[in-house]
Design a binder for this molecule. Structure first.
Ligand code: ARG
Length: 593
């Protein structure tokens, strides 16, 4: 389906042509002066040079032709040469009816879906999930759903950090605490216990303790590195312990991601590509690009157009150990082999930009990733505290995601209790469940409404407010719509899905219709830029439009039932659009709050 702007542009283009001008001048945009008009066309200004004619004269001639078309209720030529346009109410509502009939509100789906892998989440096993990984999960999930909504085939891969020093630290610390365990007995050749020799909370205490010790004690660190080495070189006991850590950790991660409405199709990690590294090194060697530098093996990635420093990409350390880039390259080998995607999108902290620049360049230069596959890095900024520094607990420690979510939920619940009116005490209303739902929306919306690359400040009061550009405001608006629809249904016995949209009767109503008509173009644009914040901006405006309509319109008191059912159709369509949008953003709306 064409977008509303494409349709209007067609009309204007035809009018330019009929007046003897180039039809390409007829491009229509949404007005940047909504107080004066709804849409505008500045083609006459551009045409002035080409036709050596006053732009105003051109605009006047085109305006005359345009009056004959069925799309505009008012066409005004204004000096120096603008065309100010207002759309006909019928034209708008009939466009919306067409959108409503199509599967995705008139969004065009691709002829053939792209295969896309999204690498996001990226938690490190055995370290508690903290707010640093929050943004990757929230933005990555939204980008995944956005690509899917736009008709693509998308696989989300969590890419666990499950093979590094943190594992060696835990194994070494355990060997000091429980040396009697069979995992540490080289002579042991029986079966290891099925039960882990530690609980999750022990595990969570072990890692920070071990990490702190290794920073102070060289010998301790060397032993942890040795445990890492043994793990990566097939030591049975280390591997069995590693498996226990993985099982406990993954279960806990899943629980946390579930709460956030985040899920992954693939739970691969760095460990899964370890076995591919020797062949990767051979392959890189065969290209002749791999060379030795100060004992390490590296590949040059500098390009002439670089404006910032671009050091060679380190592939192997001088002791032969692999690095972060090595596992990422091996992961690319695996992804090309298994999935052969058209695009791979990484959603990672923007401070890792250089790493990904290097990895992408090596992958392309060496042919690991063919020309046709796009590698895309979405780097996000930091969530800061009010002091402008990275968000911390009151004690200055790293805030666990679980604690953060719990705090938001408590705040949300309190606010909801204060807001509560008598009818909310009905059966079937679970305030706890609702608070959970709204708090996820509060947190995710706060994150997603910012451009990903920007840092943002965590502000509990603002995020949980029912007013302003917040998740709760959006949900509150949706709940309001749901409750009107329900009342109408109860009172009339009608089905909102069969109510028929009418031409708008007020500027407020028209405003909502114009916004709904812009949904398909907005979504296509959000996908183009992989920018969930555009969806947030859109629903915020839609919510404002709806609320101003609501304040000026007595929907339920309307005597003319035909008019009333037209409004119900408008509300129903708005709700559908809101729902599609928040589903892409990755949260849900309750029926009441
Ligand atoms: N585990 C990494 C970290 O915590 C993030 C992984 C990002 N993805 C990747 N393919 N490198 O920094």
């Amino acid at each position: 389906m064409k977008t509303i702007l494409e349709l209007l542009t067609e009309k204007t283009a035809a009018a330019f042509e009929a007046a003897g001008y180039d039809s390409a001048l007829g491009r229509v945009t949404v007005s940047n002066r909504p107080d004066l008009c709804e849409y505008q066309c500045n083609g006459a200004m551009a045409g002035a040079k080409q036709y050596k004619k006053a732009p105003f004269a051109i605009a006047q001639e085109v305006a005359e032709k345009l009056l004959e078309c069925d799309a505009f209720s008012s066409v005004e030529a204004l000096p120096p040469g603008f065309l100010n346009l207002k759309i006909k109410e019928d034209f708008l509502s009939s466009y919306l009816l067409d959108c409503a009939k199509s599967e995705k509100m008139g969004l065009n789906l691709p002829d053939s879906a792209l295969k896309i892998i999204i690498d996001y989440g990226g938690p490190n096993v055995a370290k508690p999930l903290h707010v640093g990984h929050l943004r990757s999960a929230v933005i990555g999930e939204a980008v995944k759903r956005l690509c899917r909504f736009c008709g693509h085939e998308v696989i989300g891969d969590i890419h666990l950090g499950d093979w590094g020093l943190q594992m060696g630290l835990i194994i070494h610390e355990l060997s000091l605490r429980k040396p009697e365990l069979p995992y540490f007995d080289p002579a042991f050749d029986g079966e290891y216990p099925a039960e882990a020799p530690f609980t999750l909370s022990e595990l969570e205490e072990i890692y920070p303790a071990a990490s702190a010790k290794s920073k102070e004690d060289e010998e301790y660190k060397a032993a942890a590195m040795n445990a890492t080495y043994r793990l990566q070189h097939g030591d049975r006991g280390c591997l069995a312990l590693w498996q226990h850590i993985m099982n406990l950790s993954k279960t806990d991660l899943k629980k946390n991601y579930d709460k956030l409405n985040v899920s992954f199709e693939l739970w691969n990690g760095e460990s899964d590509v370890d076995s591919l590294i020797p062949a990767l090194i051979e392959r890189l060697d065969a290209t002749g690009l791999l060379y030795e530098s100060e004992g390490a093996k590296v590949i040059d990635v500098k390009e002439e157009s670089d404006t910032k420093e671009m050091p060679p990409c380190m592939i192997l350390k001088s002791d032969g150990a692999s690095l972060y880039a090595t596992t990422d390259l091996a992961t690319l080998v695996m992804r090309m082999d298994e999935t052969d995607p058209d695009r791979i999108i990484y959603v990672v902290d923007k401070r890792q930009q250089m790493h990904f620049d290097q990895v992408f360049r090596v992958a392309k230069k060496t042919g690991i990733v063919p020309e046709k596959t796009e590698l895309k890095f979405i780097g996000f900024g930091t969530m800061n505290g009010k002091d402008g520094k990275a968000f911390k607990t009151r004690e200055g420690g790293v805030m666990r995601l679980e604690t953060l979510l719990g705090d938001i939920k408590d705040t949300m619940r309190k606010k909801m209790e204060e807001n509560k009116n008598a009818s909310d005490k009905d059966a079937g209303y679970d305030i706890d469940e609702t608070a959970q739902m709204v708090s996820v929306a509060a947190l995710k919306y706060a994150d997603l409404s910012n451009q990903a690359t920007k840092d943002y400040v965590f502000d509990m009061d603002r995020f949980t407010s029912f007013e302003g550009n917040t998740g709760p405001y959006i949900l509150y608006t949706m709940v309001r719509i749901k409750s009107i629809l329900k009342r109408w249904q109860d009172e009339t016995g009608g089905d909102p899905a069969s109510a028929i949209l009418k031409g708008a009767r007020s500027p407020q109503e028209k405003d909502i219709q114009m916004r709904l008509a812009g949904f398909n173009a907005m979504m296509a644009g959000a996908y183009e830029e992989l920018a969930p914040h555009r969806i947030c901006a859109y629903i915020y405006e839609l919510a404002d439009s709806f609320n101003s309509f609501y304040h000026d319109t007595k929907i339920m008191a309307e005597d003319n039932k035909d008019v009333q059912s037209g409004w119900i159709a408008l509300l129903y369509l708005s709700l559908k659009v809101f729902e599609s949008c928040i589903d892409v953003l990755g949260f849900e709306a309750p029926d009441r709050m």
